[in-house]
Design a protein. Structure first.
Length: 208
């Protein structure tokens, strides 16, 4: 069987499109070096198991216990890295794009669960800020179709615990250090300006 290699997805916008909130140099390195490295290492791990090549990342990360033990950590870290970053690029958009705030049933559910939109943003930001070391902050739709906020370490993804990721923020230092240095809080605060709420809302509807 021909081994289907994972490849780097193109960004849905230019590398400088998220300026000034996320700078071009950070986006270039993050996309073409960091994301590419996860893909290369994932492909290397999967080379040994051609029978896994037709499995999607969702299937692999959602059933990690079924992945052969000798490549399980690699799939978790590098497959997770590939999946998380592929989502992350789509979860962002230039700030001038239309529809940059949540609407409809999704907004109602956010407000029912967290209070105001500002309350939600505060909880999400605090959760991301307080994640110790590298990881991600998430808004997910859990198995009971409830909205929940939490963080994960490293490249772990909510899929692994059966939750659907709707919105995620990369809080590895490589995501912000060039522009924001050690000021993770400032990065998180500015990041809200480039959240693609339309995409997040679409994910909410698709996973209901
Ligand atoms: Mn990253």
């Amino acid at each position: 069987m021909q081994n289907q290699k994972h490849t780097l997805p193109q960004l849905p916008y230019a590398h400088n499109a998220l300026e000034p909130f996320i700078d071009e140099q950070t986006m270039l390195l993050h996309h073409t070096k960091h994301h590419q490295a996860y893909i290369d290492k994932l492909n290397l791990a999967l080379d040994k198991y051609p029978n896994l090549s037709d499995k999607s990342l969702e299937e692999l990360l959602g059933n990690l216990e079924e992945v052969p033990e000798d490549i399980r950590v690699a799939v978790r870290n590098h497959g997770g890295g590939h999946y998380n970053h592929s989502l992350f690029w789509q979860m962002l958009a230039p700030s001038e794009v239309e529809g940059m705030s949540p609407t409809g049933k999704f907004l109602q559910e956010l407000e029912k669960t967290f209070g105001t939109l500002a309350d939600f943003k505060e909880l999400f930001s605090k959760t991301a800020l307080n994640q110790f070391g590298s990881g991600w902050g998430w808004l997910v739709l859990n198995k009971n179709k409830k909205l929940v906020v939490y963080s994960t370490s490293n490249q772990d993804n909510p899929l692994t615990q059966g939750d659907a990721p709707l919105l995620g923020i990369d809080i590895w230092e490589h995501a912000y250090y060039l522009k924001y240095q050690n000021k993770r809080q400032e990065y998180i605060g500015q990041w809200w300006n480039v959240v693609n709420w339309k995409y997040v809302e679409d994910r909410y509807r698709q996973n209901l």
